[in-house]
Ligand binder design. Sequence first.
Ligand code: ATP
Length: 428
Amino acid sequence: MHNVEPILGKELPPHLLTTLRQSGDLAKQMGVVVCMVGGSVRDLLLGRPILDVDLVVEGNGIAFARTLGRQTQSPVKAHKRFGTATVTFQDTFKIDVATARTESYGSPAALPKVKPSSIDLDLARRDFTINTLAVRLNPEHFGQLIDNHGGLRDLESRTIRVLHDQSFVDDPTRVWRAIRFEQRFGFRLSQRTHKLIHGARERKIFSPLSNTRLFEEIVHTLSEKHPRKALARLAQFNVLGVIHPTLTWSPSLTALLRSIEQTLAWFKQDDAGAKPTKWVVYFMALMDALPQGAVAQTLKQFPLPAIQRKKIQACHTQSGSLLRRLASRSLHYPSSIYHLLVGLPDDTLLFLRAKSASFSAKQHISAFLRTYQHVEPSVTGDHLKALGLHPGPAYRRILDQLRDARLNGTIKTEAEEHGLARKLAKMS
Ligand code: ATP
């Protein structure tokens, strides 16, 4: 049997390795078997960074996690319904502990019935061979690789392969997962897996799937490093339409997604301010060419957080007129750009920047994100009070005029700003 102890030593940060050894020792003390499983083993063998680790315990996973938490003085959050718990280590990494379980599917696409079982059965319920690998952590077997389904062979041949022909019918979210992994790792689907996905939508395997589970997959896909490639692939398999039947792949959608990639990269490089919610910007793009009614229907059927639903809806309604105004030649002054864009969420601004075909419109949005939105007058309400002005609507008006003057460069120094404040206070 393959032993990956040297790889663990080479790839894992020392504190994580120590915690895995500690977990193995604890399992021995408790008389249970513990393994590192799933995505963390796959990523370890691919040489990708390991952020969090999944453990499976043949025994009581929650009791194991609680004892590990006590031993390492780390907080533990148990999810009793699922027999899982998360141990958080000094906020640097997390270990998710699960009780080994089997799943049986009463009806297609429904959540499975779950019962405690062995590590081997737990691995047999998984989606793809590359996610079935496990590493034993008990001290007498530390580092031994369990590879019951040819996961190592498929990692080496860069292949995504389901464990059985019923896999996508049992759980259609696996279609999204297959494509996500294929695109993320640059792997290929095995011939059989490809065949099983092909025509999946026509076979209506997605119909019984809940919108909540589908929505989770959409968000995961749109949060990938390169969502465009995964979306293109979903479109090839005619799966994109499960989001909404009128959603189709087109050259303009491809161009928009490409432009979003560039805009997000620009924003990241520039570190211009708050973090955008990447999946929301991509969702805006998917909705862009859809008619109002279809957008409203899509946003209603999925459990989007209210704030994101509102943002996407408003963006769809307003983007056309905003882009026209942004591209207008009469938009000269930074203060006019400021008033046009202030109050719009960063996600919307980034979407508009990506969507605009006008160079000057793009520049206006960039300038707003980078500079204009951060400009505040140094004069405050207290200064105006000291000038003898009674608090009221005049305050807002004067402060706005001061900011506009700052933005437009008609005043440049604090002294000039205080001078203008005195003048405006006298006039009101
Ligand atoms: P990611 O890097 O996207 O987090 P992951 O493989 O760690 O990938 P998770 O969604 O965290 O993905 O799932 C952890 C493990 O649980 C997977 O590696 C896989 O073995 C199993 N798993 C997750 N979802 C399914 C599913 N729908 N069907 C079967 N097994 C699944």
